[in-house]
Design a protein around this ligand. Structure first.
Ligand code: PGA
Length: 241
């Protein structure tokens, strides 16, 4: 794991955007694994600026997102499809047909998971997978468990995740969907490169556990210690500075 630390969230977001931009310059038809949550929003804003300035091109890029809430339609303002459209896809020259997320509206969980694995198998391998980290160490929605997941799963969200995500649902934890589809950890680990972005002092403890603690499915992000090419871009607050 390599780690780069920046004084502020803005600086770390710019650094993360430069990393992605470099990937797109080196390989314009990259397959990029994307993430939702608050942390990557600054990076997405920078990528939009670079795209508007003609510095990077998304026309040959394919994206696969980590996860989607079960039961939310694409036009639900809290769905991750909606988030991605609002925060990136609608503002860059990516083709909508080249952007993939698990289908949150399907009722057949096994079919959603199989379809998503098939999509990733077809468009993959993933060149760069972007990740955030949850307060409980989750990556995607792979919550602490007894074993690491392999392919796409329908999982029940942890209480800690429901609490954290309530802020997007009028602060009401009971409004947060309790289930979600997530890319599995096996799939994440098959990405050629991983970019982990972390901000804020409330993540210091879990980041330390993930990077320096034992590799353990109780801290899902700890598996990243075994990946050969992980770049961790953080702000000083996340490092506890
Ligand atoms: P956050 O989410 O960026 O909103 O903190 C990270 C995550 O839960 O993976």
């Amino acid at each position: 794991m390599r780690i780069q630390s920046y004084a502020t969230y803005e600086e770390m977001s710019k650094a993360a955007a430069r990393y992605m931009a470099a990937q797109l310059l080196l390989k314009p038809d990259s397959v990029i694994g994307l993430a939702t949550g608050s942390t990557p929003i600054g990076m997405y804003k920078e990528l939009i600026k670079m795209n508007e300035a003609g510095e990077i091109d998304f026309s040959d890029v394919v994206t696969v997102n980590l996860d989607e809430y079960k039961g939310l339609s694409a036009d639900h303002p809290q769905s991750y499809r909606y988030f991605m459209n609002e925060n990136l896809f609608d503002h860059v020259n990516v083709f909508a047909d080249n952007t993939y997320l698990p289908d949150g509206e399907q009722v057949d969980d096994a079919k959603v998971c199989k379809d998503y694995d098939d999509i990733i198998e077809t468009v993959g391998p993933i060149d760069v997978q972007l990740l955030g980290i949850g307060h409980n160490g989750h990556i995607g929605f792979n919550e602490p468990a007894d074993a690491f997941t392999t392919g796409t799963q329908c999982i029940t969200l942890d209480e800690r995740t429901l609490q954290a995500n309530a802020r997007f649902f009028d602060g009401d934890m009971t409004k947060v969907p309790t289930k979600a589809f997530t890319m599995g950890i096996g799939t994440i680990m098959k990405a050629k490169k991983i970019l982990l972005v972390v901000t804020g002092k409330e993540k210091t403890e879990i980041l330390d556990k993930a990077m320096n603690g034992p590799v353990n499915p109780a801290v899902p992000a700890s598996i990243l210690q075994l990946h050969p090419d992980v770049m961790v871009i953080v702000d000083d607050a996340a490092l506890g500075k």
